[in-house]
Design a protein around this ligand. Structure first.
Ligand code: C2E
Ligand code: CA
Ligand code: CA
Length: 656
């Protein structure tokens, strides 16, 4: 055999090593170019690649020098063989640990756990390190040929142990890992196992390192790749990543700190300065946060909120960071060419103590934050508002399941006869845990939780069933008022659903009077206008609720085609107190009259108020003076009694 063909044969023999090394180097370069170096998982991955490359390279050296005679070549071959084994022994434990990191539970090992985990690794390494003295793992025979001893199998045993452990761990925290990552890990373990088996069965095929490198490539593409987790505009992790990581942390029972940074004026910044400026402001806040914390802690949860997650139980440090962030908002921020102050509300708490579930953290990110006068991080007891809202949200779901929602009715009286003419349907929630929850509390929570439509449908169905029962007609009510949340009205398909419900109960739409609150109506009156027109064409009537509570654009409000305006109780109550209040009431009534809308005054509690209102030309009254909202049966009894009474008076009047 000449030199050239010997070289070629060796090269051929090593081709799998060379491929493995090339693959490893490519993955390494790519990982470094992408800058995926911040997290422990990333660092371990890089170490893994280096280890792989080193093993492959040293085995190549072995192949080239083993056949060469002479003590120098032998020394090189022997050393390279030894080194490759030392490093090879740590490959599987590293893979195993990597799986632990990806599953997210590598953080809570006890010392005993660590000792157990590292034992097979330490034993194999000890065997390898002692090999120059013992020859238990391999030896060279007299012809300087490489021979395996029994110790080689400890390498395989150790590798199997770590792969099995990784697999078990994956199953144990199955739900903490996303589907794609799971599949990638399973594929990766399978590939490594196949490589291992082939290597054991046919020692001549040097495929094991190559399958490892292939597996590493798969990991890089599927697990190390974070493109789908990053919000392009801010460079922070996106909401999806937040949801995944929260799930992972919570499923694996970790303790972690949560800081919420809500930029409270983001909406107005967006409106006044435009989207490119507001994006730039958001970016500078993210850049600032990255000076305080590693980038992988920062999540962009919604257009005005960053959430920071810090592993571990160091609440003091989290509190310090939160305070530092809040202080930073005393200074201006750069938004492209402009510079401006931004206002922020900073919240801080610990999971699972303050936030037992993923929903709690997301809820904190999304729910309105109570406005605090003093400059202060909201932590500990200040987070009570979240608990209550959460409790209410749970109660809402319970209410839907256990059917503990009930519609009450409050009568409405006509002026000047003071006959009952109508009623307003008001929703009640009797919760077995929280007791009775006022609608002012659960309606906004239902809007936020996305179940307001179901509540709205429920109320309309109840009211339709009531009308279909014939009682309202019997006591001569013209209609029943049903409250609508604006959020609910502007959902697509809303009008069609309302029509379908009344049709199902065979109720004439004119028997339903929808009430919409003035202040909210102003925000989206274009969309609202279309819905109102549509439903009015069908026969429904509309009332503007709570007139006088919002300082909204009068013109747009009155461009909406309301039949009735309900003047808020506040206006009545202050009319009693002073001349200004009186002037507001008088003028409101006059103005609404001029616009040819009917007028109802709410919150009538006393006889004096009725006298005061009698002098103005209002059409209807509603209030505790007549009746509080009451359950349906009670309402029916009241309505029948009053109807008979007025009937009797009429009969009396006719006969006398
Ligand atoms: P609203 O539509 O302004 O309803 C009138 C509220 O004033 C009712 O409170 C009623 O109990 C109360 N009220 C009536 N007369 C008097 C009075 O003389 N004095 C005083 N102090 N209060 C009086 P309630 O039932 O707690 O409802 C609060 C709000 O919750 C309602 O205000 C309405 O905006 C909302 N709401 C209630 N039911 C529903 C519903 O089915 N759907 C929607 N979207 N909102 C609802
Ligand atoms: Ca109302
Ligand atoms: Ca009202």
């Amino acid at each position: 055999m000449d030199m050239g063909s010997g070289f070629m044969a060796t090269l051929h023999y090593c081709s799998f090593y060379i491929c493995a090394a090339l693959l490893g180097v490519s993955c390494l370069c790519y990982t470094l170019i992408q800058g995926r170096t911040a997290r422990r998982q990333n660092q371990l991955y890089i170490l893994l690649l280096l280890n792989l490359i080193f093993c492959a390279a040293s085995l190549t050296v072995v192949a080239f020098f083993e056949g060469v005679p002479g003590p120098g070549a032998r020394l090189v071959a022997d050393t390279a063989r030894f080194a490759s084994l030392v490093f090879h022994g740590s490959l599987a434990p590293m893979f195993g640990y990597y799986v632990l990191l990806v599953c997210g539970n590598a953080w809570q090992f006890s010392y005993r756990g660590i000792a157990l985990y590292t034992l097979p690794f330490l034993l194999t390494e000890l065997l390898i390190l002692l090999n120059p003295l013992t020859g238990w793992v391999y030896y060279y025979n007299d012809a300087f040929q490489y021979c395996r001893s029994w110790g080689v199998y400890s390498l395989y045993v150790s590798a199997s142990f770590y792969l099995l452990l990784g697999l078990l761990n994956l199953f144990r925290f199955w739900r903490a890992v996303t589907g794609a990552k799971r599949n990638a890990l399973i594929f990766f373990i399978a590939l490594v196992v196949i490589g291992l088996l082939v290597q054991i069965a046919w020692p001549g095929i040097q495929i094991e390192l190559f399958t490892n490198a292939l597996a590493a490539l798969g990991l890089m593409l599927s697990i190390e790749d974070e493109d789908d987790r990053i919000d392009m505009a801010t460079g922070a992790y996106n909401r999806r990543a937040l949801a995944f990581d929260l799930k992972n942390f919570i499923e694996t029972g970790q303790v972690f700190q949560v800081i919420g940074v809500r930029i409270t004026d983001m909406v107005s910044v967006h409106r006044v300065m435009g989207s490119s400026a507001s994006d730039a402001f958001l970016r500078s806040v993210a850049d600032y946060l990255r000076t305080l914390l590693p980038p992988y802690c920062i999540y962009y949860a919604n257009p005005s909120t960053y959430i920071i997650l810090i592993r571990g139980d160091d609440e003091t440090r989290a509190a310090e960071i939160a305070a530092t962030i809040l202080d930073r908002f005393d200074e201006t921020w750069k938004g492209g060419k402009v510079e401006s102050l931004l206002h922020a509300a900073v919240t801080q708490g610990s999971a699972p103590k303050n936030f037992p579930t993923r929903a709690d953290v997301l809820f904190m990110a999304d729910s309105p934050i109570p406005v605090k006068e003093e400059k202060k991080v909201l932590a500990g007891r200040d987070l009570g508002y979240l608990l209550r809202r959460l409790e209410v949200e749970r109660a809402l779901h319970r209410g839907l399941e256990e059917r503990t929602f009930e519609v009450y009715y409050q009568p409405v009286y006509e002026m000047p006869s003071l006959k009952m003419r109508s009623a307003e349907a008001l929703l009640r929630l009797h919760d077995r845990v929280l007791g009775n929850i006022p609608p002012a509390e659960f309606i906004p929570a239902a809007e936020q939780a996305g179940i307001i439509e179901r509540l709205g449908d429920f109320v309309l169905e109840e009211v339709c069933a009531f009308i279909a029962s014939g009682v309202p007609e019997e006591v001569e009510l013209t209609d029943i008022g049903v409250n609508l949340s604006v959020l609910q009205c502007i959902q697509p398909g809303f009008a069609a659903r309302m029509k379908a419900i009344v049709a199902r109960y065979g109720v004439n739409p004119s028997k339903i009077n929808f009430e919409i609150t003035e202040s909210v109506a102003a925000n989206d009156y274009n969309a609202l206008d279309a819905v109102i027109r549509d439903l009015k064409a069908e026969g429904f009537t509309f009332a503007m609720d709570d007139y006088g509570t919002g300082y909204s654009n009068m013109q747009s409000i009155f461009s909406l085609d309301f039949d009735l305006v309900k003047i808020d109780k506040g206006i009545l109550w202050s009319a009693e107190k002073n001349a200004i209040g009186r002037a507001i009431l008088d003028n409101s009534v006059r103005m609404i009259r001029e616009m040819r809308r009917k007028i109802l005054v709410e919150g009538v509690e006393t006889e004096e108020q009725i006298k005061l209102l009698a002098k103005l030309s209002v059409d209807f009254l509603q209030g505790f003076y007549f009746s509080k909202p009451v359950p349906k049966d009670e309402f029916i009894a009241l309505a029948r009694a009053q109807h008979e009474e007025s009937h009797a008076i009429m009969v009396q009047g006719a006969s006398s």
